[in-house]
Design a protein around this ligand. Structure first.
Ligand SMILES: [Zn+2]
Length: 98
């Protein structure tokens, strides 16, 4: 096994371990039904100085992780909140006459 392969294997193994321990997405709170749908998210993105250590990783859906991208946790929360409310307004669930 080459070094790169070994590194990839370790990463996959970590994701598997995390998914086995916690099957709920740490971003949206929904269950991650399929291992293939799971993704390891860096809470503080590597690009923002976060480290690749246990305390800085969490299990999430692939799509939730993609949505979060390089946002910091609080930025992601605001983004999520706005998206949710925007959708509600669009669906007419919020009374705009208020
Ligand atoms: Zn999710």
């Amino acid at each position: 096994m080459s070094f790169e392969e070994e590194k990839k294997y370790c990463r996959l193994n970590r994701r598997w371990q995390m998914w086995v321990n916690e099957k709920h997405c740490q971003l949206c709170g929904e269950i991650i039904e399929d291992y293939e749908h799971s993704s390891v998210d860096h809470i503080i993105p590597i690009s923002k100085g976060g480290k690749d250590i246990e305390s800085n990783v969490q299990i999430t859906h692939v799509w939730c992780n993609n949505q979060k991208g390089n946002l910091l946790p609080w930025q992601d929360k605001i983004f999520r909140f706005l998206t949710k409310h925007f959708l509600k307004i669009r669906k007419g669930k919020i009374n705009r006459k208020l």
